[in-house]
Design a protein around this ligand. Structure first.
Ligand SMILES: C[S@@+](CC[C@H](N)C(=O)[O-])C[C@H]1O[C@@H](n2cnc3c(N)ncnc32)[C@H](O)[C@@H]1O
Length: 211
């Protein structure tokens, strides 16, 4: 039986049994297999740009005695989106996620997007508002020595506040982690450098939010 990591468990909790989703960049397919096996979603399809990754998902799906459609595809390009209302993209950088979601034609029926990006969260949050998705919920998870940021978006004309774009729904633990990261960066930057002032400002803002 597949045991989900804490990161994948939290991502799974963002999916409801009403959702018909595509797991973009499914790799081993663990999350999709878990969702399907436990009836946590209405429908799931798997896709990956890499044939070896997709082959491993296909093998794991077969070993789990499940039937899940799998597609070799760069992002959403070759995925039939009929009846798909949810997209899940996890374990990639923000620039790859943004490139994938720039494919506007593929988003017409998509009401919900679940993301876990490894970097540049502010840039990703800004982009998501620009394409008409609102950050409803965010979870910060510490798993195997690393912090992960999980985002739940819904289609909406509503815009997130400046603070939500910059820091999401930051909590105390993740805030303290960011403060420590910026503190370490400041040690390496001359104090008259623009980046020094940028990180100093961020630290002040984070302290205000989490206090
Ligand atoms: C680090 S793995 C993450 C796997 C899984 N989503 C997870 O969170 O555990 C990233 C996967 O994304 C795939 N990938 C990268 N760029 C992609 C793209 N443009 N379209 C589809 N899949 C992509 C990679 O081949 C790889 O299997």
């Amino acid at each position: 039986m597949i045991r989900l990591s804490k990161r994948l468990e939290v991502l799974a909790s963002f999916i409801s049994n009403e959702d018909s989703l595509v797991d973009v960049g499914c790799d081993h397919g663990y999350l999709s297999i878990y969702l399907k096996k436990n009836n946590k979603c209405k429908r799931v399809i798997c896709s990956d740009i890499n044939q070896n990754a997709l082959d491993s998902a296909i093998k794991n799906i077969k070993d789990s005695n499940l039937q899940i459609d799998c597609y070799l595809s760069d992002g959403l390009k070759d995925i039939p989106m009929n009846n798909i209302d949810t997209i899940l993209i996890a374990g990639m950088g923000s620039s790859t996620i943004i490139d994938i979601l720039k494919n506007k034609d593929k988003l017409s029926s998509v009401k919900k997007i679940v993301l876990q990006s490894n970097n540049n969260h502010e840039e990703l949050r800004r982009f998501m508002n620009d394409i008409g998705y609102y950050l409803e919920r965010e979870e910060f998870v510490f798993d195997k020595g690393k912090w992960y940021v999980m985002m739940l978006y819904s289609k909406s004309n509503k815009k997130n506040s400046d603070s939500e774009i910059k820091y999401g729904y930051i909590n105390k633990d993740y805030g303290l982690y960011l403060l420590n990261t910026y503190q370490e960066l400041l040690k390496k930057i001359p104090s008259d450098n623009d980046d020094y002032l940028k990180y100093e400002k961020k630290m002040k803002e984070i302290k205000t939010i989490i206090k």
